[in-house]
Design a protein around this ligand. Structure first.
Ligand code: TYD
Length: 204
């Protein structure tokens, strides 16, 4: 099926449960006949995946973290996302620039103005058509992360107050761009969440 591609992003604090819903959304779009690129940030490209490995595991200065996020993003947009959209494909991405504002500005407390400069540099005038924000109490999310049994990464090791700030930053961004965001109550039963996700995608 041809037609204009769409860019859909999934956001939320660690443990909000977006991964399985991304699979559901991608499966739904493919059944509807769309070509879909499923990808993630940081990551997606060979360089991006190497940067992800560093970002998730290597202690670093917080501004290094911020700039590596955008470096990975520049590569991702250029090599994968923009070409796919130009071919008319749908791109479903696990996190994008909203995560930077939520984690690096909200969570880490870095200066927003610097990120506005980086954002203009890396993708001036380009943003997702739809962003699904999985909203969940950080205490519940932390239990879900712990229940996975995997060793927590640099972000997952943060305390509840960090995730409170991340959550609030996400909600503030959603309020400021209500047309682009759909907030999903991630404490709802999994089938209800899936229904909301597919409904949002279907409306696009
Ligand atoms: P995540 O996407 O949750 O993957 P997984 O489900 O494998 O843990 O992990 C990526 C982490 O990177 C997440 O903790 C949020 C963080 N992150 C930022 O801090 N800033 C960003 O701009 C992006 C894209 C991610």
């Amino acid at each position: 099926m041809s037609g204009r591609g769409r860019f859909i992003t999934f956001e939320g604090i660690d443990g909000a449960g977006k991964s399985s819903q991304i699979e559901a959304a991608v499966g739904h779009l493919r059944r509807r006949g769309h070509q879909v690129l499923q990808t993630r940030e940081p990551g997606g490209t060979p360089i991006g995946e190497r940067l992800r490995e560093l970002l998730l595991n290597q202690p670093m200065h917080l501004e290094t973290e911020a700039m590596l996020m955008f470096a990975a993003r520049r590569e991702h947009l250029e090599k994968l996302v923009l070409p796919a959209l130009a071919r008319g494909e749908w791109v479903v991405c696990d996190r994008f620039t909203d995560a930077t504002y939520a984690y690096q500005v909200g969570g880490r407390g870095l200066d927003r103005g610097r990120f506005e400069v980086l954002e203009r540099w890396v993708h001036a005038g380009f943003e997702p058509n739809l962003t699904l924000l999985f909203d969940l109490d950080p205490a519940i999310a932390a239990q879900r992360v712990a229940a996975t049994g995997h060793a927590p990464d640099r972000f997952e090791r943060e305390q509840l107050d960090f995730f409170e700030r991340v959550r609030n930053a996400y909600l503030a961004r959603a309020a400021a761009a209500a047309g682009r965001f759909r907030i999903i109550d991630a404490s709802a039963p999994i089938d209800a969440i899936r229904e909301r996700v597919l409904d949002a995608v279907e409306r696009l």
